[in-house]
Design a protein around this ligand. Structure first.
Ligand SMILES: Cc1cc2nc3c(=O)[nH]c(=O)nc-3n(C[C@H](O)[C@H](O)[C@H](O)COP(=O)(O)OP(=O)(O)OC[C@H]3O[C@@H](n4cnc5c(N)ncnc54)[C@H](O)[C@@H]3O)c2cc1C
Ligand code: FES
Ligand code: FES
Length: 455
């Protein structure tokens, strides 16, 4: 069952609400606390409606009831009340937990970041302004947080109740080892699966991949970045080495789902789900990534670009586990960009998304290029011909314009609810050009391409 159903129907803790049951509205937000290797509990917000209960094993799950102080409101509750940020109240527990979750996060304590922390919460009454004021008040009280001593600091300032101080000791006593059932259906964060087949999963025997610690983490081995398939989008985002390798990582990943979904969503799940518009898939395709797959004692490697065989079909045998995603570390000459257009900027799936890694030498020659694109083919698409064309060419308007024409021949979009095939072709061109105006602003201006297109 889902964590939400356990909370409401088994524990009868009805402060956690049910809205969409698809991870979209945040009414069911809870915090999940995980013991790290230093013995400290790290808390993140999640949407409990699409989280398998089994993923709570060995964790501290905090519902709105568990955040209440004895007789007082906590800081987030008080800020919501003071700013009249609650009307019918249905969304309020979710907002309070998302705001409290932000207090624990590694993110810099500024206004933009606290708004991002409530990006997965929807309110249909207040119009948001009062909630934004409450958020501003909460972040104001977090500026001086002692990052090495977070939990005692938050207890002392009435963000959370005192019992949080004893949780790490309680978690240490719980057996968190999971048994592998090779024939069971694999679920990691569950953010795809519990939306696609919520009912049948209740009846299906599942193996919770998220419990496998060996599939977590990011390592740099000589010239390779090796990422455990269970690593979440948030863990990838917060990794210091990834932030320096991808200077615009925050801007790119803010376009991927919402804070609570990123906290659950594994990178491996995004790849195996095989959605033609999976953002992280498009991201890793442009890094020319490889996958390591494991079944029993046998292991094999496959290039991510060769992994997809048709719509939602990938080269994965039954019982085979994706363990690692790897790519070459980026040299200082390599630049990376990701672009995505949706019907709304945040918390939406792409109409078209694309990424590029491009190496350019001192003479403005393109040494290497890998371009990927989603939403224009049945699979997340590596643009083989376009990438090959770019290699060895001079980085100028003519090269990029001709490459944009080759790209049009490579793709085959269809019309669907997200857009017509003509619109997707237009987006594919504009976003391809945007890679270059974004990465090489000294060489390219958007205007140059518009003039070129007119002529
Ligand atoms: C509200 C909402 C918004 C979203 N927004 C976006 C978005 O903006 N962009 C985007 O790309 N996606 C988005 N998603 C989709 C989803 O969050 C991602 O695809 C996520 O990365 C899936 O990871 P997961 O761990 O939750 O996968 P799961 O649902 O656990 O699994 C997905 C698939 O992968 C398989 N699997 C998982 N791990 C392994 C493994 N190690 N080996 C073999 N098979 C495995 C499972 O069997 C399943 O078939 C959104 C989802 C929701 C609910
Ligand atoms: S009920 Fe809407 S996100 Fe869970
Ligand atoms: S106060 Fe009613 S939904 Fe937010």
């Amino acid at each position: 069952m889902t964590l939400l159903d356990f909370i409401r129907y088994e524990q009868r803790l009805t402060g956690t609400k049910i809205g969409c049951r698809e991870g979209d509205c945040g009414a069911c937000t809870t915090l999940v606390g995980t013991l790290n290797s230093r013995g400290v509990v790290e808390y993140h917000s999640i949407t409990s409606c699409i989280s398998p209960l089994g993923n709570a094993q060995g964790k501290h799950i905090v519902t709105i009831e568990g955040i209440n102080l004895n007789n007082e409101l906590n800081v987030a509750q008080e800020a919501m009340k003071f700013n009249y940020a609650t009307q019918c109240g249905f969304c309020t527990p979710g907002f309070v937990l998302a705001l409290t979750g932000f207090a624990f996060s590694e993110k810099e304590k500024n206004y933009q970041n606290i708004l991002a922390a409530i990006s997965g919460n929807i309110c249909r009454c207040t119009g948001y302004k009062s909630i934004e004021r409450a958020a501003s008040e909460v972040v104001g009280q977090l500026e001086a947080i002692e990052t090495d001593n977070k939990i005692p600091w938050l207890v002392a300032r009435e963000f959370i109740p005192a019992y949080f101080l004893g949780i790490s000791d309680q978690l240490k006593g719980i057996n968190r080892k999971a048994k592998r059932n090779t024939n069971a259906f694999l679920v990691s964060g569950g953010t795809d699966m519990y939306v696609q087949r919520p009912q049948s999963l209740v009846e299906t025997e599942i193996f919770l991949v998220a419990a496998a610690q060996r599939l977590k983490g990011i390592q740099i081995r000589k010239t390779k970045v090796v990422i455990g398939a269970n690593t979440t989008v948030t863990e990838f985002w917060e990794h210091t080495a990834m932030q320096s390798m991808f200077p615009n990582l925050s801007r790119h990943l803010a376009l991927v789902s919402s804070e609570p979904i990123r906290n659950m969503a594994s990178l491996g799940g995004n790849l195996v789900n095989a959605s033609p518009i999976g953002d992280m898939t498009i991201f890793f395709l442009a890094l020319h990534s490889n996958l390591t797959l494991e079944k029993g004692k046998s292991k094999r490697q496959i290039a991510l670009k060769d992994f997809y065989q048709g719509y939602k079909k990938c080269n994965l045998e039954e019982g085979e586990l994706l363990t690692e995603i790897s790519f070459e570390t980026l040299s200082p000459y390599v630049r990376f960009n990701f672009e995505k257009v949706c019907k709304r900027t945040y918390l939406d799936i792409a109409i078209v998304n694309t990424a590029i890694s491009v190496e350019v030498n001192d003479k403005d020659e393109i040494v290497n290029a890998h371009v990927s694109i989603g939403g224009v083919a049945p699979i997340p698409f590596y643009l083989q011909t376009t990438s090959r064309y770019l290699r060895g060419k001079t980085l100028d308007i003519l090269t990029i314009s001709l490459a944009a024409e080759i790209l049009q021949k490579e793709i085959a979009p269809i019309s669907d609810v997200r857009g017509t095939k003509e619109y997707k072709r237009l987006l594919a061109r504009q976003l391809f050009v945007a890679h270059f105006t974004e990465l090489f602003p000294n060489i390219f201006k958007l205007q140059d391409f518009l003039e070129n297109a007119d002529s």
